[in-house]
Design a protein around this ligand. Structure first.
Ligand code: ATP
Length: 298
């Protein structure tokens, strides 16, 4: 009889060991606090954008459980509006962008695009609706044409050329001996910061998203290039909703609305003139930056 039970006993031991292993693993993951991967809800529908409005509704978010970064943040971006988010370093500006792209889910509150909760639609459709022009654009070690067309396999040569023209980088590409076939990146032609950003703008234009998230890279560029890029971005933002995450104030003055964030809360909002008249945090940041710019020049 014992002989009959031993394999069963053995099986029980294996079961207990595996179960304990799973529990240990669960405990370990809790300890090291791996970010919870966002996942699509079962049968999640695609996001359908007719009017590209963006709403943050009482959003509470922290990267870690015991430290909230956004404390019940609410704001609305009407369709076609160009808004800027400004605020002191660490206020949570880039976090807003990460949440809109759904790299993370809020602890509570909702983020809506055209009335649809972004947590309830497919991530693929959400990310197709938002074009990001990031601070530091990564280029692949491939041709400049590939770098612009990346992400749109069906892009034709003329589509790529039109996107390059709209991003104001076509004359530069045409001036290269190999044109769109020029190898760029680490092993090829090194592009300047401004050229790289134009490639990123062209790539985004090819995607043709109704919403643009501009993560401004103004610190890396000289003033003239910065102004030119700002002009290009302004042009390509027409007929789209744009949200600029601005780390400096120089480019935000003509936004329809400026949201001033302070320690994860909306401190003020309004146009540049309204905020200057309000004489609060924005006015203070503006005069401080103006002084710093003068110091930089001298
Ligand atoms: P800056 O203008 O300096 O870039 P910001 O307003 O964009 O600042 P965020 O990058 O949104 O600020 O960061 C807000 C807060 O969240 C900061 O205190 C930062 O330390 C924290 N934070 C940012 N990313 C993470 C992360 N991945 N894990 C934990 N904390 C983070």
């Amino acid at each position: 009889l014992m002989q009959l039970f031993r394999p069963l006993d053995m099986l029980g031991w294996v079961y207990r060991t595996i179960r304990q292993g799973l529990i240990d693993m669960a405990a370990m993951f809790r300890l090291i606090d791996t970010p919870v991967e966002v996942s699509d809800a079962p049968n999640a529908p695609a996001l359908l954008v007719r009017k590209p409005t963006v709403v943050f509704d009482n959003v509470v978010f922290g990267y870690e459980d015991d430290r909230d970064i956004l404390h019940g943040l609410s704001f609305e971006v009407p369709a076609g509006a160009h808004v800027a988010i400004v605020g002191p370093s660490g206020a949570g500006k880039s976090t807003i962008g990460r949440l809109l792209f759904r790299f993370y889910d809020p602890q509570s509150g909702r983020i809506l695009i055209d009335g649809q909760d972004i947590a309830s639609v497919t991530q693929e459709s959400l990310r197709a609706a938002i074009g990001i022009v990031p601070q530091d654009s990564v280029l692949f070690n491939d041709t400049i044409g590939y770098n612009i067309g990346y992400g749109r396999e069906d892009a034709r040569d003329e589509d790529i050329a039109r996107a390059a023209a709209d991003a104001a980088i076509l004359p530069f590409i045409r001036s290269l001996p190999d044109g769109f076939d020029t190898e760029v990146g680490e092993r090829g032609l090194k592009l300047s910061g401004g050229e790289k950003q134009r490639v990123a703008i062209a790539r985004t234009l090819l995607k043709n998203p109704p919403i643009l998230l501009l993560d401004e890279a103004t610190s890396a560029l000289d003033t003239r290039t910065e102004q030119e890029i700002t002009g290009t971005l302004r042009r390509v933002s027409r007929n789209r909703t744009s949200i600029a995450i601005a780390h400096r104030l120089s480019t935000v003055a003509d936004a329809d609305t400026i949201f001033v964030l302070d320690k994860g809360r909306l401190a003020e909002s309004g146009s540049h003139q309204q905020l200057l008249r309000h004489d609060g945090l924005y006015a203070e940041m503006w005069s401080r930056q103006a002084t710093e710019d003068v110091e930089e020049v001298n």
